[in-house]
Design a protein. Structure first.
Length: 103
């Protein structure tokens, strides 16, 4: 799937929460891992992520495809972009405090 047609990450989190009880056992393990620590997905490779999810790498790929991504890399990239967007937004909203001179 091309990046422009991949689902947006916030939509994926909502969808995972809404469908959690209907997912297959393997997909549920992946979903729970993502919900517990979304940054893990953005930082790990597929082998590490699949080990942490207690599923095979193929199960992680199938989950990504079920969620509308072309595969793990596409899903991880969407997660990374969402993390970066949140970090940039947080950085913009925090204004530096002026330095006060010591009396």
């Amino acid at each position: 799937m091309a990046p422009e047609t991949a689902p947006e990450w916030p939509e994926i989190i909502v969808r995972i929460r809404n469908e959690l009880h209907t997912l297959t056992p393997q997909n549920r393990k992946v979903a729970i891992c993502i919900l517990q620590d979304p940054m893990l997905l953005g930082l790990c490779g597929i082998e590490d992520f699949s080990t942490r999810s207690s599923v095979s790498a193929a199960s992680v790929v199938r989950f990504a495809q079920y969620m509308g991504f072309s595969g793990f890399r596409d899903m991880r990239q969407a997660c990374k972009q969402a993390i970066l967007h949140r970090l940039h937004s947080a950085a913009r909203t925090k204004r530096p405090q002026p330095i006060r001179e010591l009396s």
